[in-house]
Ligand binder design. Structure first.
Ligand code: ZN
Length: 407
């Protein structure tokens, strides 16, 4: 039985999808204004291994990922567009293509739904209207905010206290000092366009006036649209109807737990009036480099495209899968050199003629037992090395392919 660590309940649980043998999964995507660094790759490769394993076990997986090509913030993509004097959509398009190339080079399985926030504005407006109607949101000066005091279980995913939330919200550019907010921690759902707004900032029409959606509502809307209320989404006659579907797995980097995922839960459950929005929450640890969290502001990014000039995609995948999903770790080039050597050993073993193998089932069972334990890829890789040493080509080939390595 597959067991997954659920960040919501903070324990490993038996994995039972809502529909038998069908799994819906949403992973928060990138804000496209720079290239893919190893931290991104760790998130997406961790979920790639999970998805490939679910498919190997016979599950039909529907996977959605978003592109945050617009949001309510003044920083990141919009600031970059202004600095470079290009439109936000051109900038987003350019970096999304770069990201997809990096991921393809790493043999990433493309999601079934890959959505741009800017192309799903209607769905976001619909959700915000439902939140207002249900009494979870309020309008002020053309903007709309989520009233967190109305969502009594706000904070259930992170378990953070108010002090910690305020500290993180400030770092996340959550506009906590906005006087229009009833509570500093209220979430921006719609940010009104200001007068004489520069052209690099997008603006859309809505029933609340011209503006743009908040970052967090984007993922609520795109996940519900593609994985939740799949039949006739946003048909207002069915707001509380039978068509709501809990999403099986929702994931992302561990730093998204608060405010992003906490906001997503409050928005989605507030709009649909159904709970839970998601059954299993899964998070991926942070990558460090030179003693600090890999981040743009610190300038210590290790880019996937640079690593691919020196190392094989298999070696990068091997390094990423040798780390436990939830844990933070430090990138050291010597580990990648070691991964390359291990991949060479495996590839050499795979070239050997497979011996008559009566133990194939035994090793595949072993692999399944490791992966069933919260997708324990570090131990699955150790099994691969062991099989390479023993020249057990047949099971090695199966595991190599299930984990997304290529010949
Ligand atoms: Zn998201």
């Amino acid at each position: 039985m597959l067991r997954l660590y659920n960040s919501l309940t903070r324990k490993a649980e038996n994995f039972v999808p809502v529909e038998n043998k069908k799994v819906t999964i949403y992973v928060c995507g990138i804000t496209p204004y720079d290239t893919t660094h190893l931290g991104h790759a760790f998130v997406y490769m961790s979920f790639d291994a999970l998805i490939r394993y679910l498919q190997f076990r016979g599950y039909e997986v529907t996977y959605t990922q978003n592109v945050t090509d617009i949001n309510d913030r003044d920083k990141d993509i919009l600031q970059r567009a202004k600095e470079q004097n290009v439109s936000w959509c051109k900038l987003a398009d350019y970096w999304t293509k770069k990201f997809l190339k990096d991921m393809r080079d790493l043999n990433w399985k493309m999601p079934n739904h890959y959505l741009k926030a800017s192309e799903n504005i209607t769905e976001m407006i619909d959700l915000i209207e439902r939140l207002i109607k249900n009494g979870f949101a309020y309008q002020k000066n053309g903007s709309v905010y989520l009233d967190i005091s109305k969502k009594k279980d706000f904070g259930k995913l992170s378990g953070f206290n108010r002090k910690k939330m305020l500290e993180i919200a400030k770092n996340f550019d959550e506009d906590i000092d906005n006087p229009d907010k009833k509570d500093k921690l209220d979430i921006t759902l719609w940010r009104s366009s200001s007068k004489n707004q520069p052209v690099h900032i997008p603006s859309f029409d809505s029933s609340f006036g011209k503006g743009r959606p908040g970052w967090h509502i984007e993922c609520s809307a795109m996940s519900i649209k593609t994985l939740g209320e799949q039949i006739d989404p946003f048909d207002k006659l069915r707001v509380n109807g039978e068509h709501y579907r809990t999403i099986d797995i929702h994931g992302g980097g561990i730093d998204l737990i608060y405010p992003h995922h906490e906001a997503e839960i409050a928005q989605s459950e507030g709009a649909t009036l159904k709970s839970p929005f998601v059954k299993y929450w899964m998070h991926v640890g942070t990558v460090y480099y030179k003693g600090e969290k890999m981040s743009k502001s610190l300038g210590n990014l290790v880019m996937v495209s640079d690593l691919l000039k020196k190392y094989s995609a298999n070696a990068i995948r091997f390094l990423l899968l040798s780390k436990k999903r939830e844990e933070k770790w430090e990138f050291e080039e010597k580990d990648l050199i070691k991964s390359e050597k291990q991949i060479s050993l495996i590839l050499k073993a795979l070239k050997q003629k497979s011996k008559e193998n009566r133990d194939n089932d035994k090793y595949i069972k072993k692999f399944i037992s490791l992966m069933d334990n919260d997708i324990d890829t570090p131990r699955a890789l150790k099994l691969m090395i062991d099989l390479a040493h023993k020249s057990e080509t047949l099971p090695l080939k199966t595991i190599f392919s299930v984990l997304g390595f290529t010949l």
